[in-house]
Structures are given as structure tokens and as C-alpha cells.
Design a protein around this ligand. Structure first.
Ligand code: ADP
Ligand code: ADP
Length: 227
């Protein structure tokens, strides 16, 4: 059974339709890339799957449960406990250190201080950030900052990691390194990943790619698979 599903999802913003019957099923542990032209509805689909936007019509299911029908409070709780997020930028607090940023979601989730920092520091070497724990995140390179953002998203052990253009601000070599790390650590943790990207080389790190076009989801054409 799918871990995450969009069934015939429609969502408009005023007169602008963003999704028009989007269908998608993501398996548990699957690493899925979502591509498509700018304005095709990728971000809106990700926000709907993550319970941030509710569809105007259709269903979103997580682990068999309709999440679009939950109260706002219960959806917020689900996002906090089961989902992790990585965006293009902006999720780190620049004045705080790398360790502080990674420990933050654990501290907010009532993990004790010592345990939170122990778990945060265990992620540093794993993401090639050894020795940077005491550095303020505002002083990091773009690639380092995105690796901290990945650690911060994965440290509470979410079931699903949602990433919206996580490498959008990086050069292509750094993008591939960061995406490889995201995929290998998520796979080691058994975390399901849904990553929106414009970059075919970033998508190539995923196990499967779908295309969003005019608010609908389709498989890649042969031409697109060939690149
Ligand atoms: P993509 O991520 O593929 O670029 P989006 O999901 O961001 O596409 O947008 C799909 C369409 O919906 C676009 O026409 C966009 O302008 C519109 N849209 C998305 N979010 C909003 C919003 N919050 N308010 C108004 N229009 C929006
Ligand atoms: P992406 O790089 O994912 O395509 P966008 O630049 O399309 O991102 O959108 C960034 C954010 O702004 C998203 O949260 C999206 O919902 C929102 N947004 C997109 N288009 C509009 C719009 N026309 N009006 C208001 N908000 C929008």
C-alpha cells in the first residue's frame, strides 16, 4: 500500500487553477523526484501532500488516513511529528550555530538538552560537517547550509521528507553532492522522500521521477528519460 497519496486533487488560487486532478502514489521508503515547468503546480502538489494546503476537491492520504479532513490542529501535529521539510533557503537561524540549528526541532519536541545535542552532533560527520558544530549557520557556504538543513529535517526521524528545490541556490556540482547525501541518508533511515526540482541531474539521484504539467501528474516520456 502507498504511504502517501493524492487522489484527483484540485486546487486553485482565486481564478488560477494550480492543480486539476493530480494523482500520485508514493511508496514507503521511496525516493521520488517531481519535475515540470515553472508554474505547472509542483509546489502546490507538495504543499497539498504535506498537509500545508488543503485541496478544493480530492483526497490526500497518509498511511491510509485522509489528512485533508483532519482539523488544522491535528494536521499541524502530523506535520510536526511525521514530516520533515527542506526548502531552497531560509529554514536555518543564521545567528545560531550548526549544532543549535540541528538540535532545535528536538528541543521543541521536548527531548532533553544533552540528548538533543548528542543526536545533533551524531549527524555532523554523517553529512560531512565534522568540526563545524560551533559555527554560526550564517557563515556557511550554500552547500554546507543545505546539508545542515537536511540534518535538521531528518534528526526527528520523520516518515516523509519534503524538499522544494533544495538545491535551487547551489551550483550544479554542489547540487549533486547535496542531493546524493540527502538520498543516501534518507535511504539509510528508511525515510520516504518527495523532492521538487528543476534540475534533471538532481532528479537522476531519485528512484523515480514524475512530471507535473498543467496541474496533472504524469510519468516521464521516453524522450525525457533519455534526457
Ligand atoms: P510550480 O511549483 O510548478 O512552479 P506552483 O505550484 O508554485 O507551480 O504554481 C502553480 C500555479 O498556481 C501558478 O500559476 C502560480 O502562480 C499559482 N499559485 C501558486 N501558489 C499561489 C498562491 N499562493 N497564490 C496565488 N497563486 C498561486
Ligand atoms: P517554485 O520555485 O517552487 O516554483 P514559486 O516561486 O512558484 O516557487 O513560488 C514560491 C512560493 O510562492 C510558493 O509557496 C507559492 O505557493 C507562492 N506563489 C507562487 N505563485 C504565486 C502567486 N502568483 N501569488 C502568490 N503566491 C504565489
Amino acid at each position: 500500500r502507498s504511504l502517501l497519496e493524492a487522489r484527483d486533487v484540485h486546487r486553485s488560487f482565486g481564478q488560477t487553477p494550480a492543480l486539476r486532478g493530480a494523482q500520485l502514489a508514493v511508496g514507503g521508503g521511496e525516493i521520488l523526484a517531481v519535475m515540470g515547468p515553472s508554474g505547472s503546480g509542483k509546489s502546490t502538489l507538495l504543499h497539498c501532500l504535506a498537509g500545508i494546503y488543503t485541496p478544493d476537491q480530492g483526497e490526500i492520504r497518509f498511511d491510509g488516513q485522509r489528512i485533508d479532513e483532519l482539523s488544522d490542529a491535528r494536521r499541524t501535529e502530523l506535520r510536526r511529528t511525521a514530516f520533515g521539510f527542506v526548502f531552497q533557503f531560509g529554514q536555518l537561524i543564521p545567528e545560531l550555530t550548526v549544532s543549535d540549528n540541528i538540535a532545535m526541532p528536538l528541543l521543541l519536541g521536548d527531548v532533553r538538552r544533552k540528548e538533543a545535542y548528542r543526536r545533533a552532533d551524531a549527524w555532523l560527520d554523517r553529512l560531512g560537517l565534522g568540526g563545524l558544530g560551533g559555527r554560526r549557520t550564517g557563515e556557511l557556504s550554500g552547500g554546507q547550509a543545505q546539508r545542515v538543513a537536511i540534518a535538521r529535517a531528518l534528526v526527528p526521524q520523520p516518515k516523509v521528507l519534503f524538499a522544494d528545490e533544495p538545491t535551487g541556490s547551489l551550483d550544479s556540482l554542489t547540487s549533486e553532492t547535496v542531493m546524493d547525501l540527502l538520498v543516501s541518508t534518507a535511504r539509510a533511515e528508511g525515510t520516504t522522500v518527495v523532492v521538487v526540482t528543476h534540475d534533471a541531474r538532481v532528479a537522476a539521484c531519485a528512484e523515480r521521477t514524475v512530471m507535473v504539467r498543467d496541474g496533472k501528474v504524469s510519468a516521464l516520456t521516453e524522450y525525457e528519460v533519455a534526457g
